[in-house]
Ligand binder design. Structure first.
Ligand code: KG4
Ligand code: ZN
Length: 360
């Protein structure tokens, strides 16, 4: 059995967790403490990097203490320390990395510098014991990508966004309609009472051979519809949200169909026949149920980790550390954080892709 402490500070969640890996390879979460800074940033309508870094610094030591206490273990019981080293906001990453280096130096335990996106990508192995290879759809405030997960440290990006990230599109739509931050949950809630057929918003790049995403044209169409219908009554807002969300659902269903075809062409009947949905947008129920039927139609299953493991957390970082433990060299104390760090370093970045580029 191995036990790892995971630390996550790449954006606006301060998080620490202790996770164990048993002899049969399965994982047990002993503690998973998350402090969301949403309240600190809400006034500004988005994450303010300097405020985020200070808030991490103010809480991280006590948060780690709580994670250790809840797991009922001491630092001497750990086999390694794992920490997010990128991608993300540099001030927050530095806070977590320096703390992890200090703990590793003091305890003599190895340090693993984890790519935040790898944390998301490997989570279904912790929650569902999923075998490689599998297909991942990562949709968050900073990323929208399909990834073929072949093994630990072996990721192949199949498609990405050429402009906005999906969470960003939800957040911008919310802002435009004067809905609260963060926008995704607010848009989803408003959409429940709306008519999805009232506005015929575009489904950019759909229906053709195109695999990438584009959301900026959709955003423009939403803005034009909102201006044309102004002043907006509550029902107008609900109808715009429902029509916007329906366009997103159709776009994701279209790409999922294509990706399953591509994956099957590459792997035949092998592989896990599972689509993993991760990132904050994975909390959206309309998206979940659409992708559930889309995957079921092809004899696949949809795996969406529980919400607290879909959004940023320390357990996924601890688990990535456990997957690396004994198989990969630990990091040296000279390791530096990386604000940009693609999961698949072999593919060229697309212009404008994941502009915020700070969070997954
Ligand atoms: O993964 P996450 O917590 O942080 C990032 O890495 O960005 O994702 C946050 C994003 C935000 O853009 C938020 O609006 C979106 O996920 N989100 C949602 C929902 N809940 C969160 N988008 C659509 N529907 C939701 N229910
Ligand atoms: Zn993330």
């Amino acid at each position: 059995m191995s036990r790892v402490l995971g630390i996550e500070t790449s954006c606006d969640e301060t998080a620490a967790a202790v996770v164990e890996r048993l002899a049969d390879g399965s994982g047990v979460i002993r503690s998973n403490i998350i402090h969301s800074q949403i309240g600190d940033h809400a006034l500004y309508g988005g994450v303010v990097p300097e405020i985020a870094a200070r808030a991490h610094l103010a809480r991280l030591d006590r948060l780690i203490g709580r994670a250790m206490e809840e797991a009922e273990c001491g630092f001497g019981d750990l086999d390694a320390i794992a920490v997010t080293a990128g991608p993300g906001l540099i001030g927050g990453l530095l806070t977590g990395l320096m703390m992890a280096k200090g703990l590793a130096a003091a305890t003599g335990r190895p340090l693993y510098a984890v790519n935040h996106l790898e944390g998301h990508a490997l989570t279904p192995r912790l929650t569902d014991g999923l075998d490689f290879p599998y297909l991942l759809l990562l949709v968050s405030g900073g990323h929208s990508q399909f990834v073929e997960v072949r093994g630990v440290d072996d990721y192949h990006r199949l498609a990405t966004t050429i402009d906005d990230a999906l969470g960003e599109a939800f957040d911008k739509t919310a802002k435009l309609l004067s809905l609260p931050y963060p926008g995704g949950p607010a848009v989803e809630q408003a959409a429940r009472k709306g008519d999805a057929n009232r506005f015929d918003f575009p489904r950019p790049l759909s229906g053709r051979g195109e695999l990438n995403f584009s959301f900026s044209g959709l955003k423009t169409a939403v803005r034009q519809a909102a201006q044309a219908a102004a002043p907006l009554a509550q029902q107008d807002v609900a109808d715009i949200c429902a029509s916007f969300q329906q366009a997103i659902v159709d776009i994701l269903a279209d790409r999922t169909r294509k990706m399953i075809g591509l994956f099957e062409a590459r792997h035949g009947s092998g592989g896990s026949r599972a689509l993993v949905l991760a990132g904050g947008v994975a909390a959206n129920q309309a998206i979940r149920s659409a992708l559930e039927s889309e995957t079921a139609r092809r004899g696949w299953r949809l795996i969406a980790p529980p919400p607290e493991l879909c959004t940023d957390n320390g357990a996924m970082i601890a688990w990535a550390g456990l997957e690396r433990l004994g198989r990969f060299e630990p990091a040296g104390f000279d390791i530096a954080p990386r604000s940009r760090w693609p999961l698949d370093e072999d593919v060229a970045g697309l212009i404008g892709s994941g502009r915020r580029g700070v969070k997954a």
